[in-house]
Design a protein around this ligand. Structure first.
Ligand code: CO
Length: 499
């Protein structure tokens, strides 16, 4: 059964206009702090806590355009829900690069995804100083609010004011410049810690062989386990999944040619080339640090590119992984403008289930959802465990590649789909599932998402009833401005109100 809450758009009509989509990539240099009072519908009184989001807030430095949104300075948005009311605040992460560039009024650093300093190759040659832009995710763990960027250490922020407090090294366990990825997974019940929750994260040090380091943090925010593993080949890995016993990584088939990067001709991201004839390798690392007993396993499956996984779980000694998979990696072309991307020319991300048969070291896979989708979210208690529901940003149309305009709920048991769409003028970001307090069912809760509304050039916070998308958004909170399309965020039941 399919239940769609969608505006009437005929099959031959496009669900969006490029001009509308592009405006969501305008910079938001201002910082705000206000109660949201322009609300359609009603904020549920039981919805209590804070939604933090991160993403590029600046798409230009004083009018000089950055080459790719992944190179944009991190800006944190904070939406606090309590007693049927909501409050908005945003602030840029004061990385040293942000402060220097704002002072200079121009681009001073090369970006990983193609932003070059003005002046051509001469200005960029052998310049390996990349800016820590702290723009990918934001989490609250161990009483610390952390802005994450995968290539280096996190920035710690004040959860009340969003003020930047400095870089975080976890009592010196992380060293200066050491990476800490932007995709930690929260194990709700870690059996190495007698059922306490634990935050699992990783770092990648790529090279001819790649070092993958695993970090596990206790609820006090201390790193209690850290172990490193060397795997053959270059790795470009953004996300991973966990189960109670394993950390699992997809080594996408890519090669890295460092010469044009070193010569200043290309950014690092532009030197990564997808290898369609090579298999994807799935790296399975035991969570326990006593890996001499259980070695790292590497399995192979068809070529593909994965940025994000939805979840993984163990069943009868096998591992299942649900991931958004692309047929190939959309490459960052040096002279292109990302605003002009030809959506139809790119393969869409689709949800696949990978079955790792550990006994005979083979992998089978099955397509779960062919609709273009990205940014999956699940119930936080099901991370690493069997689960029933996934919520994913999706295209409005059933086939083809297009901007995300809808949120798709998938019932992985019954196959039922529900779709809520913001088309034709709305564009959605990552949905976040928030359980209702004392909920009994896995989908009893809300899905929160930022929706850019091109009709008003502003962003809405949409609240959906996760158990029933067909009733439409139960509330749309109109912000006073837009928020440029973001990356990741998280919800905590804590309220951080000024004292
Ligand atoms: Co990501």
């Amino acid at each position: 059964m399919q239940s769609y809450q969608i505006p009437e758009i005929t099959a031959t009509q496009k669900s969006y206009s490029r001009a509308d989509w592009q405006r969501g990539y305008e910079s938001l240099p201002q910082e705000f702090d206000y109660s949201i009072d322009d609300i359609e519908g009603k904020i549920p009184a039981e919805l209590r806590g804070t939604l933090f989001r991160n993403g590029p807030g600046l798409l230009d430095i004083n009018g000089q355009r950055i080459h790719h949104p992944f190179d944009g300075d991190g800006m944190i948005s904070k939406i606090t829900f309590a007693d049927g009311r909501a409050h908005f605040r945003n602030r840029f992460v004061r990385t040293s690069g942000y402060i220097e560039e704002q002072k200079a009024g121009k681009i001073l650093y090369r970006g990983v995804f193609g932003t070059q300093k003005p002046g051509g190759w001469l200005a960029n040659i052998f310049d390996f100083k990349l800016k820590n832009i702290a723009n990918t995710n934001v989490i609250y763990w161990g009483n610390k609010l952390l802005a994450l960027w995968e290539a280096t250490e996190p920035h710690r922020l004040d959860p009340v004011t969003l003020e930047t407090l400095g870089k975080e090294y976890f009592n010196g366990v992380l060293s200066v410049g050491e990476a800490f990825s932007a995709h930690p997974r929260l194990d709700p019940s870690c059996h190495q810690d007698d059922g306490s929750p634990c935050l699992v994260n990783f770092s990648i040090k790529p090279g001819i062989s790649t070092t993958i380091t695993i970090f596990e943090l206790n609820p006090a925010g201390e790193i209690v386990r850290k172990h490193a593993h060397s795997v053959p080949g270059f790795c470009f890995i953004h996300d991973f999944v966990i189960t109670p016993n394993y950390c699992i990584f997809f080594q996408n088939p890519v090669i890295f040619n460092p010469i044009p990067f070193a010569l200043g001709l290309r950014s690092a991201g532009e030197c990564i080339k997808f290898q369609p004839k090579q298999p994807t390798r799935i790296i399975v690392i035991p969570r326990s640090s006593q890996t001499e007993k259980t070695p790292v396993q590497i399995l192979e499956t068809q070529s593909g590119f994965v940025f994000h996984h939805a979840n993984a779980f163990e069943k009868n000694g096998d591992i299942f992984i649900d991931s958004i998979c692309y047929e190939s990696l959309p490459e960052v072309a040096p002279e292109s403008d990302f605003r002009q991307v030809d959506f139809e020319a790119i393969a869409p991300g689709q949800l696949w289930r990978f079955h790792l048969h550990l006994q005979n070291q083979t992998v089978t896979r099955e397509l779960i959802e062919s609709r273009c989708c990205e940014f999956p979210s699940i119930h936080p208690e099901n991370v690493g465990r069997p689960y029933r529901y996934a919520y994913i940003g999706a295209a409005h149309a059933e086939s083809g590649n297009a901007p995300l305009q809808a949120i798709l709920k998938i019932d992985l048991e019954s196959g039922e789909r529900q779709l809520w769409s913001g088309a034709p003028r709305g564009f959605v970001g990552e949905p976040v599932f928030v359980p209702r307090p004392d909920a009994k069912q896995e989908d009893d809760g809300w899905v929160l998402a930022l929706v850019y509304d091109a009709a008003h050039h502003r962003t809405d916070v949409a609240i959906l009833d996760a158990s029933d998308f067909t009733k439409g958004a139960i509330a749309r909170l109109h912000l006073k401005h837009h928020i440029p399309y973001g990356l990741h965020g998280s919800f905590t039941t804590q309220l951080f109100t000024p004292t």
